[in-house]
Design a protein around this ligand. Structure first.
Ligand SMILES: *Cc1c(COP(=O)(O)O)cnc(C)c1O
Length: 396
């Protein structure tokens, strides 16, 4: 009865961990949730006000499919201000979240059998969106010693005449690392030489720590800009995950095709949320800095503490809100009667024994890691860390 297409994919494993944790909480268990992929802050008040005003003004009808002009203009201003990239309205589409923009790209760009390069560890939705569109994910291993960024020599070896696109995600979910300019330049050169598109997911661009810097690959030069579709949104920067506003910028033809697809699937993103997104992008930005500074404090605390846990080794991430500790020293070991043979078994053990929810590295194609979200209070981090430490004390 169910289509082969639906059978070919799995539900998002990160959302699955989150709902399991919430289920345990609902039963009265005191679960510490390190599985979340969204800011724990409330949406800033001036953004909420803009939405309330939109409702009161009766701005509650269909809008143009690809978003209202006012929002497209605010997005264009953002690209010029933050990324030094110039776009016009024909280069922009607003969708129901960055995930939806990514899906529209897959629909607009991939033919059956096209190969799409996905650096691993990867965000959970990339492979399944590729598969849903009859294309083939081609995973390219990255290494901790390279901050989990693509090695150009390895990338070159994976390219075939069928390669259609490379998906980049910087800052990365799950690793928290960012691409430096030199690596981006090398990837751009390879993409241009082989006529490959770059899909650049930059949703965490505002969450960057210390003196690290986010560079959009589209900003390198005009040639790579014309082969790149940048994806971004307001979910992570402005604590607006529930509002469902994301956007993409790229070549006119691709944006046109995406808009046509959107016109036959979801139509426009919510009118009210679009007005809120205008307020987010054009309003005061100190709320972003406040949240970023708080994330940085938590990151510093969490990584220091993780490195004190037996069997954990954690590099300092540069952006996003995840730590990605290496648990090579734990996988294959036992605690009491529990065998910890995989990252999944480690996370199930920690959920049951310590009531700490986190996502196994296997969800991201990285077996010997865990993803710990620090989109939660310092108090929660302290509590969860202490529980993990205790649960792994007797490891042998
Ligand atoms: C959260 C997230 C998204 C999706 O964001 P929405 O705009 O809420 O759809 C896309 N990419 C990555 C890497 C994410 O972590």
């Amino acid at each position: 009865m169910i289509s082969q297409r639906a059978k070919n994919i799995k539900p998002s494993p990160t959302l699955a961990v989150d709902s399991k944790a919430k289920e345990m909480k609902a039963k009265g268990l005191d679960v510490v949730n390190f599985g979340v992929g969204e800011p724990d802050f409330d949406t800033p008040p001036h953004i909420k006000e803009a939405a309330i005003k939109a409702i009161k003004d009766g701005f509650t009808k269909y809008t143009p499919v690809g978003g209202i002009d006012e929002l497209k203009e605010a997005i264009i201003e953002k690209f010029e201000r933050d990324n030094k990239v110039k776009y016009s309205k024909e280069n922009i589409i607003v969708s129901c979240g960055a995930k939806h923009s990514l899906y529209n790209i897959a629909q607009a760009l991939f033919n059956p059998g096209d190969e799409v390069i996905i650096p691993s560890p990867y965000w959970v939705s990339y492979p399944d969106q590729v598969i849903l569109n009859d294309a083939v994910p081609v995973f390219v291993e990255t290494y901790e010693e390279d901050n989990f960024t693509l090695r150009p020599e390895i990338l070159k070896q994976k390219i075939t005449p069928k390669t259609k696109a490379i998906i980049l995600n910087s800052p990365s979910n799950p690793t928290g690392f960012i691409y430096d300019k030199k690596t981006l330049q090398e990837i751009a050169e390879i993409a241009i030489k082989n006529d490959i598109y770059i899909i650049s997911d930059e949703i965490y661009e505002k969450l960057i720590y210390e003196d690290n810097q986010h560079i959009s690959i589209a900003s390198l030069d005009e040639e790579i800009k014309n082969k790149t579709i940048v994806v971004n949104g307001v979910s992570k920067s402005y604590a607006m995950t529930g509002w469902r506003i994301g956007y993409a910028a790229g070549p006119v033809e691709i944006i046109k095709a995406m808009t046509k697809i959107q016109s036959q699937s979801t139509s426009n993103p919510t009118s009210i949320a679009q007005k809120a997104a205008v307020a987010a992008l054009r309003g005061p930005q100190d709320c972003v800095e406040q949240m970023r500074a708080e994330f940085e404090k938590r990151r510093n605390y969490l990584v220091e503490q993780l490195n004190k846990i037996k069997g954990f080794s954690c590099k300092m991430p540069q952006g996003a809100f995840y730590a990605f500790p290496n648990i090579k020293a734990i996988v294959g070991k036992k605690v009491g009667a529990h065998l910890l043979n995989t990252s999944m078994e480690v996370s199930i053990y920690l959920l049951e024994k310590a009531q700490v929810a986190l996502v196994p590295g296997s969800a991201f194609g990285a077996e010997e890691y865990l993803r710990i979200s620090y989109a939660t209070s310092l108090d929660n981090l302290k509590k969860g860390i202490e529980r993990i430490r205790k649960a792994l004390e007797e490891i042998a």
